[in-house]
Design a protein around this ligand. Structure first.
Ligand code: SF4
Ligand code: SF4
Length: 300
């Protein structure tokens, strides 16, 4: 079953890579911008409070599928707040898998019970040790870790956005990931300096030091779901932007790469590792290709 999925993904990837078509491969659907938190670095939560209807999300899934997307992410706001006339987030993930998406992942703040066996990966935000995480995300550290410990399935990946406040906590988050039975790995991003959050951004030297630290932890056997082969371009922001193989849909609108594409100059300071990893992958970096195959097969 798993092998079949990887073979199909390899075909999709090879088609996009070899024929250099500008077709999207990774799609994200925003289910709602409603959120129960107000994080320091947030640029998207609670701007309208809308929860998008199931029919609209289904038609967005169909559109992505017909465009060639096979890797799907559900985002918020907080996706666990999504529900429509008895249809739950779990139903939505199962529907996406039934339609033909090969990998379906959900990004969550981790403050709701993490009972979502339908998802391939649940990316749970953990922005450091208790002190840093709570300074960024409110007093939620213990609740998030409690939910991770109680999760019935081992499909969890911690998700840390590294910024000025928590840059010293990279090792602690890796140790937490290794200690928790349900956690497969940690996936890192750098803070992307949306207007009003510029004080949290790291400069190039700080990003290089963080990438070096993550590399050391990988050498020591800590589980990291990022591509070391892309670290140089991530730290220097020298990867091609935007990533034309990634698309985002929200409430009938579509963006290439991320909704942040509309913010003047932001791509030059992008901190999203996925944008770097996929844009390098599809611009023909063989080291990144090999690294992705190895890393994804290990942790997903
Ligand atoms: S959990 Fe996510 S959407 Fe909610 S406030 Fe924090 S960063 Fe924003
Ligand atoms: S490269 Fe993509 S993810 Fe990064 S800031 Fe630009 S649009 Fe957003």
């Amino acid at each position: 079953m798993r092998l079949g999925m990887w073979l199909k993904l390899a075909c999709v990837g090879s088609d996009a890579f070899l024929f250099k078509r500008d077709k999207p491969v990774v799609g994200s659907i925003i289910l709602t911008d409603r959120c129960n938190l107000s994080c320091r670095h947030c640029a998207v939560g609670n701007s309208t409070g809308l929860v998008y209807p199931h029919a609209e999300i289904r038609s967005e899934m169909r559109k992505l599928l017909s465009d060639g997307v096979r890797i799907l992410f559900f985002y918020g706001g907080e996706p666990f707040l999504w529900e429509d006339e008895g249809v739950t987030l779990g139903d939505l993930v199962a529907e996406a898998k039934g339609m033909g998406f090969l990998l379906v992942n959900v990004v969550t703040n981790g403050t709701f019970p993490l009972d979502l066996p339908e998802a391939d990966l649940l990316l749970v935000s953990l922005d450091g040790g208790r002190e840093s995480h709570n300074a960024i995300r409110g007093d939620t550290y213990d609740r998030v870790l409690g939910n991770v410990r109680c999760a019935p399935t081992g499909n969890i990946c911690l998700y840390m956005a590294v910024n000025r406040i928590n840059k010293g906590d990279i090792g602690e988050v890796c140790r937490t990931a290794k200690r928790l039975r349900n956690v497969k790995a940690v996936s890192f991003n750098f803070h992307t300096p949306y207007p009003g959050t510029e004080d949290l951004k790291l400069d190039r030297e700080e990003k290089r030091a963080c990438c070096e630290r993550i590399g050391e932890l990988m050498d020591q056997g800590f589980p990291v779901l990022n591509l070391r082969s892309a670290f140089g371009q991530i730290a220097d922001n020298s990867f091609p932007t935007p990533c034309r193989r990634c698309v985002v849909l929200e409430n009938g609108r579509e963006w290439v790469c991320g909704r942040c594409i509309d913010i003047d100059g932001l791509c030059r300071e992008c901190g999203y590792f996925f944008a770097a990893e996929f844009s390098l992958l599809f611009s023909g970096h063989w080291k990144v290709v090999m690294d992705m195959v190895r890393t994804y097969a290990r942790y997903i």
